[in-house]
Design a protein. Structure first.
Ligand SMILES: Cc1cc2nc3c(=O)[nH]c(=O)nc-3n(C[C@H](O)[C@H](O)[C@H](O)COP(=O)(O)O)c2cc1C
Ligand code: SF4
Lengths: 444, 154
C-alpha cells in the first residue's frame, strides 16, 4: 500500500527543518497564494475541504474560523492560539510534526492568521517538549531574516509546565494568561471571548500544518481524500504491542486491522501474539476488543462502535495484558490530571482508582464492582469539561467488554493473566507522590 | 543574581500585552533555572518582578508538575510509566534506575546529584520507554541502559 502524504510530504527524502530546504520543495508558496486571496476566500476553501480539527473534538475548521467577529463588531485584537500541548496518552504526532516540518506548521500559522485577522500568534507547547521547542524556535529565528514571509505577524512560543488539562482549549487560555490551567465555563466560546477576553481561534498543530496543502490544492481537491466526515489524511500514532511503533500518515477509512498489521505500518504484534484489545484514539476513548478490528479508522465507523478517533493514538494491547491493571493505570492518570474544579471528576477519579486497586488485589466483592460502575455513572455527564466524562467512559468500557476478567478477580480470585501482564506493578506519579505529602506539612 | 533575574523577567514581560500576567509561567521557569527550585525567596523575587503577590506565584506554580516547590537534585531523570511505555517495560527501567541511584522514585540520590521520578505520558509513545534526562528525551530505553545514563550524570 502507498499512502498519500500531505502534512509530512517531502520528509522521506529531505531535511525540511531548514527554511531553504522547505522552500526548495515549494514551501511558503501557499502563503504567497493566500495573501492574494481575501480572508473570506481562504475560510471558504477550508469549508470546502471539510477539514475537521485534529485535536480531538473534530470541529469543522472553516466553520470555527467563520465565527470570528469582524473588527467592526469587535474592535479588540484577534488572536490565533495553537494547541501544541499534546499530552493524551498514546498521541505523539504533533511532536513529530513540529520536529520534522516546523516551517510547514509556521506557514499554516501565517495563513491562518491572515484568514482570521490575527496579528498575534501564540503557540502553547507543553513544557516537556524541549526538543520540538528548540527546533521551532530555530525555525522562527530563520524567519526573522525574512520579513517578506513574516509580514506584520508575530509568533510567540509559550511553554507550558506540565499539566494535561492545559490541552483543553479554555484551560490552555487561562494557563497562557499566567493562571492555574483550569477550564472555563462555555459560553462564551473563545471565538467571541478567548485570550484576554478577545476573539481567539484555537487550533491543533496538525490542523494548522494541513492548511498550506489545502490552499495549494484547493478545498474541493483535498476533500477527495479520505471518506465522508473524515476527509484528507491523518497522522495516526501507533504504539504498544506492535513491531513498528510510530506515526503514520494515512487516509481515514483504512481498516484498524491494516494499521496494526500492514508491514509498512504497525507491522503486526511481536511474538505473533493475539491482540486482546485496542485503545483507538488515546486513553480517553472507549476500548475495542481484539474481535472488533475489522472497523474503518474514521469518524463514522468508530462512532458506530461507540468510540472515537480522538487524537488518533492507537494503543495495541496483546493477550497478556490484565484489563484490571490497565484500568488502574488509566484511572491513575486521570486522577493525577484532574484539575480539581468539579467534585465528580476530582473525587470520582480517585474512587475509581481505589476500587480498581482493591479489585486487582483480589479484595473486592461483587458489590464493589457495581460501585465502580456507579462511580463512573456519577462522573459521566456531570463535569465541566470532557476530562471527567471520558475517563469514566473509558474505564466503564473495560468492565463492559471484559467483565469476565473483572469478575475473576473478585473475592480472592486470581488474575487470569497470571503474573505475565506487562502492566503488573507499574508505578504511576499519583502513587509516587503519596509519600511526598508528609514533607509538605513541615514548615519551611 | 537577583538583579539579572529581574531584568530578564522584564524582557519576557515586554513580549506580552501590558496589564496581563502571561509572563508568569516563563518567569517561574527562569527563576527555577536560576535557583534549581522555587524557594519562598525565589517566588518572592518573581512576584516583585511582575507586581503580583508571592501567593499568586505559589498558587500558580503548585498547579504545574514541572515546577519544584522543594529542592531537587542537580539532574532530573524522569521515566514515563504511562500505558504505552509500561507495555515496553517502563517499570523495569524505573527499577534499574532505582538500583543504580540507590533511591526510590520521587527521591534524590544521597550525593544530591540526581532526582528520579516517574512521569505521565511524555508524547513519545511509539518509541518507548521514554526517559527524560534533564528534559531531553531518550527513546527506546532498556533497563541495561540505566547504568550508562547515571554515569553520564556523575
Ligand atoms: C482534557 C482535554 C485535553 C485536550 N488536549 C488537547 C491537546 O493536547 N491538543 C489539542 O490540540 N487539543 C486538545 N484538546 C481539544 C481542545 O480542547 C480543542 O478542541 C482543540 O485544541 C481545538 O483545535 P482543533 O479544532 O484544531 O482540533 C483537549 C480537550 C480536552 C477536553
Ligand atoms: S471535569 Fe475534571 S478536569 Fe474538567 S474542569 Fe472538571 S475537575 Fe477539571
Amino acid at each position: 500500500m502507498s499512502h498519500k502524504q500531505v502534512v509530512m510530504a517531502g520528509t522521506d527524502t529531505r531535511d525540511l527543518t531548514k527554511l531553504a530546504e522547505y522552500e526548495a520543495v515549494g514551501g511558503y508558496a501557499s502563503l504567497a497564494k493566500a495573501r492574494t486571496l481575501g480572508p473570506e476566500q481562504i475560510t471558504n476553501e477550508l469549508m470546502a475541504s471539510e477539514l475537521r480539527g485534529r485535536g480531538g473534538a473534530f470541529f469543522p475548521t472553516g466553520r470555527k474560523w467563520s465565527f470570528v467577529p469582524s473588527p467592526e463588531q469587535n474592535p479588540n485584537p484577534h488572536y490565533l492560539v495553537i494547541n501544541a500541548d499534546e499530552s493524551e496518552p498514546g498521541s505523539f504526532k504533533d511532536n513529530e510534526i513540529i520536529s520534522r516540518v516546523p516551517h510547514r506548521f509556521i506557514e499554516g500559522c501565517l495563513i491562518t492568521a491572515h484568514a482570521v485577522l490575527a496579528k498575534h500568534v501564540y503557540v502553547y507547547i507543553r513544557g516537556e517538549y524541549l526538543g520540538p521547542y528548540e527546533i521551532l524556535v530555530a525555525a522562527l529565528e530563520e524567519l526573522k531574516q525574512r520579513p517578506d514571509l513574516r509580514g506584520d505577524v508575530t509568533i510567540v512560543v509559550h511553554r507550558g509546565a506540565g499539566a494535561y488539562i492545559c490541552g483543553e482549549e479554555t484551560a490552555l487560555l487561562d494557563s497562557l494568561e499566567g493562571k492555574r490551567g483550569q477550564p472555563r465555563t462555555k459560553p462564551p466560546f473563545p471565538a467571541i471571548a478567548g485570550l484576554y477576553a478577545s476573539p481567539t481561534v484555537v487550533n491543533n498543530v496538525e490542523t494548522i500544518a494541513t492548511v498550506p496543502a489545502i490552499v495549494e490544492m484547493g478545498g474541493a481537491e483535498y476533500a477527495k481524500l479520505g471518506v465522508p466526515n473524515s476527509r484528507g489524511t491523518r497522522l495516526i500514532s501507533v504504539s504498544g504491542h506492535v513491531e513498528r511503533g510510530g506515526n503514520y500518515e494515512v487516509e481515514p477509512g483504512i481498516s484498524l486491522k491494516d494499521l496494526i498489521f500492514a508491514p509498512e505500518l504497525g507491522g503486526g504484534v511481536p511474538g505473533g501474539r493475539a491482540v486482546k484489545a485496542v485503545i483507538p484514539g488515546g486513553s480517553s476513548t472507549v476500548i475495542l476488543t481484539g474481535d472488533e478490528l475489522d472497523v474503518g479508522y474514521d469518524f463514522d465507523s468508530l462512532l458506530a462502535k461507540n468510540t472515537a478517533m480522538g487524537s488518533a493514538g492507537v494503543i495495541v494491547l496483546d493477550e497478556r495484558v490484565c484489563m484490571v491493571q490497565l484500568g488502574i493505570r488509566v484511572s491513575e492518570f486521570y486522577e493525577h490530571e484532574s484539575c480539581g474544579k468539579c467534585t465528580p471528576c476530582r473525587e470520582g477519579t480517585r474512587w475509581m482508582t481505589q476500587i480498581l486497586r482493591k479489585l486487582e488485589a483480589g479484595e473486592a466483592t461483587e458489590r464493589e464492582l457495581d460501585l465502580l460502575l456507579s462511580v463512573c455513572d456519577r462522573i459521566n455527564g456531570k463535569c465541566l469539561c470532557p476530562l471527567g466524562d471520558t475517563a469514566a467512559m473509558a474505564i466503564a468500557s473495560y468492565v463492559a467488554k471484559f467483565r469476565d476478567e473483572f469478575v475473576a478477580h473478585l473475592d480472592g480470585g486470581a488474575c487470569p493473566c497470571g503474573d505475565h501482564s506487562p502492566l503488573d506493578g507499574v508505578l504511576a506519579p499519583v502513587a509516587q507522590h503519596i509519600h511526598d505529602h508528609a514533607s509538605e506539612l513541615v514548615p519551611a | 543574581m537577583g538583579v539579572a533575574l529581574f531584568e530578564k523577567i522584564q524582557e519576557i514581560r515586554a513580549i506580552y500585552p501590558e496589564g496581563t500576567q502571561s509572563a508568569l509561567l516563563p518567569a517561574l521557569r527562569l527563576a527555577q533555572e536560576e535557583y534549581g527550585w522555587l524557594s519562598p525567596d525565589a517566588l518572592r523575587e518573581v512576584a516583585d518582578a511582575l507586581d503580583v503577590t508571592p501567593a499568586v506565584c505559589k498558587s500558580v506554580a503548585s498547579f504545574y508538575d514541572q515546577f519544584h516547590l522543594e529542592p531537587v537534585g542537580e539532574h532530573l531523570v524522569e521515566v514515563c510509566t504511562n500505558v504505552s511505555c509500561a507495555l515496553y517495560g517502563a517499570q523495569q527501567v524505573l527499577e534499574a534506575f532505582q538500583d543504580e541511584l540507590g533511591c526510590r522514585a520521587g527521591e534524590t540520590s544521597d550525593d544530591g546529584k540526581v532526582t528520579l521520578s516517574t512521569i505521565e505520558c511524555l508524547g513519545g509513545c511509539g518509541w518507548g520507554t521514554i526517559v527524560a534526562v534533564d528534559h531531553h528525551y531518550r527513546t527506546g530505553v532498556k533497563p541495561e541502559d540505566a547504568a550508562a545514563i547515571v554515569k553520564e550524570l556523575s
